[in-house]
Design a protein around this ligand. Structure first.
Ligand SMILES: [Zn+2]
Length: 250
């Protein structure tokens, strides 16, 4: 009943479910803040939110080297085929599929999506994971939108989101103020910021954001450094959840 999240930098994350490692939005070698190279990462599945270069920059290289299946929308799957990547699991908004350690549902995001060669990338998405007894939401690149409340709503078993990863960089995504409201709508136990500080135009004070989240939503907001990990543990079936301390980068 635990997963470990590693922030590689920018919007790239690893989710270790205990039954496999999920890689979200592979962007390593052109990222100024990535904590490892595309040639170093190990993963058992790759999940893609949308086609922008800062989310798929190393997708083809990592998919080719690792052979890991790529979960993505139909249009990105078609594009991967033209790049010689055939181990793809095309899906679309609202769909749920199995991934190592549980399930992944492709949820909404309000953004745009084109691929590095300019071709159409389909609809952008977020990912709602139910893995190893933990519910984790990766918002992807998105503006604030009201359906986040629906996504965060507790299910029939009283289970809501354990950890939510939301962009705070502004300019291309929601900024810090809207990201606080996003956390309020999602009502997770733990909130983590992403998609900021990679380049000067999206520089933000993540510590100030985290304090604001704690004060106005009650969620436990943590700020990681690139390469840092956090273990998210669900200790009882419904309400008692906790996050253990983040490990040092390395
Ligand atoms: Zn984008």
């Amino acid at each position: 009943m635990a997963i470990t999240l590693t922030w590689i930098g920018h919007a790239t994350w690893l989710v270790d479910t205990g039954q496999g490692i999920l890689l979200i939005d592979p962007f390593f070698d052109e990222s100024p803040t990535a904590s490892m190279t595309a040639g170093e990462v190990a993963c058992d599945a790759i999940l893609v939110t949308h086609g922008h270069a800062d989310h798929v920059g190393d997708l083809v290289a990592v998919a080719r080297r690792t052979g890991a299946p790529v979960y993505c929308n139909w249009e990105i799957a078609q594009w991967l085929g033209t790049q010689g990547i055939d181990n793809v699991r095309p899906m679309n908004l609202g769909g749920r599929t199995t991934v190592p350690g549980g399930t992944a549902k492709m949820e909404l995001a309000h953004h745009s999506s084109s691929l590095p060669d300019g071709s159409y990338g389909g609809n952008p998405a977020s990912w709602l994971l139910d893995v190893a007894g933990v519910r984790a939401f990766f918002a992807g690149d998105t503006a604030l939108f009201a359906d986040l409340e629906r996504i965060g709503r507790r299910d029939a078993n009283g289970r809501g989101i354990d950890v939510a990863v939301v962009p705070i960089g502004d300019l291309f995504t929601m900024g810090p103020d809207d990201a606080v409201e996003a956390v309020r709508l999602l009502s997770p136990q733990v909130a983590l910021p992403t998609h900021y500080d990679t380049w000067p135009p999206i520089r933000q004070d993540a510590a100030a954001w985290a304090r604001c989240v704690q004060e106005s939503t009650g969620a436990d907001a943590r700020v990681l450094q690139p390469g840092e990990r956090i273990r998210i543990e669900v200790v009882a079936e419904s309400t008692a959840r906790s996050a253990s301390s983040a490990s040092p980068p390395g």
